[in-house]
Design a protein around this ligand. Structure first.
Ligand code: E4P
Length: 217
């Protein structure tokens, strides 16, 4: 399973990258706004900086909602760097645009996915990645990880090549459960990635080893 970091914060991207386990980055307009990035030139420049920091797929989201607008915006985003993946919302014109990008060799990430039916449509349109929003599904009293398992089974039976990118991850357990359910990628906040490190017996064991090492010094 690949690990992406889900942020536009450069310090967090650097910290995750230095761990040596980072395969890419996802962003969205809310994450860009959180970093105070304002204006389309600044947004484009920020994507370029991220591409220069991380050697992997970098998702850049369109904000147009009509076919022509999505395609024009996506072409500009894809021109920033070969690693850019155009992030397209799961709407009717989005599906049409996904197919256009597929036919024109531009990688895509279909975002705002909440059902298996949407996952089938995106795969039919040739999306490179599919982003089901696990945390937001859990928030609405459904089971986000169950959706990952269902999509994984459908894609496997049908031979779809679209990669399942589990998004809206809220904690380290989500990452483990998504890996178990067949996600190809997890995009996570830095805290959830670092949460994977934690186990009290590791801390207790290390403290004891360091204490005993003093006796052998
Ligand atoms: C990433 O691609 C998604 O935009 C992101 O994971 C959404 O996360 P949220 O539900 O925490 O906003």
């Amino acid at each position: 399973m690949k690990f992406f970091i889900d942020t536009a914060n450069l310090a967090q991207i650097k910290e995750a990258n230095e761990l040596g386990i980072l395969d890419g980055v996802t962003t969205n307009p809310s994450l860009m706004a959180k970093e105070g990035i304002k204006g389309s030139d600044a947004v484009m420049a920020h994507y370029k900086t991220i591409c220069e920091l991380v050697d992997g797929d970098i998702s850049a989201e369109v904000i147009s909602t009509d076919f022509n607008g999505i395609v024009e915006e996506g072409k500009k985003l894809a021109a920033i760097h070969p690693n850019i993946v155009v992030k397209v919302p799961m709407i009717k014109d989005g599906v049409k645009a996904l197919k256009w990008f597929t036919d024109n060799g531009i990688k895509t990430n279909c975002t705002l996915v909440f059902s298996a039916g949407q996952a089938i449509l995106a795969a039919k349109a040739g999306a490179t990645y599919l982003s089901p929003f696990i945390g937001r599904i859990d928030d609405s009293n459904w089971d986000g990880v169950e959706l990952i398992a269902q999509i994984s089974q459908i894609y496997s039976i049908q031979g779809f090549k679209t990669q399942i990118l589990a998004a809206s991850i809220r904690n380290a357990l989500h990452i483990v459960k998504c890996a178990e359910a067949g996600a190809d990628v997890c995009t996570c906040p830095l805290d959830s990635i670092l949460g994977l490190l934690k186990h009290p017996l590791t801390d207790i064991g290390l403290a004891k080893f360091l204490e005993d090492a003093k006796k052998t010094a």
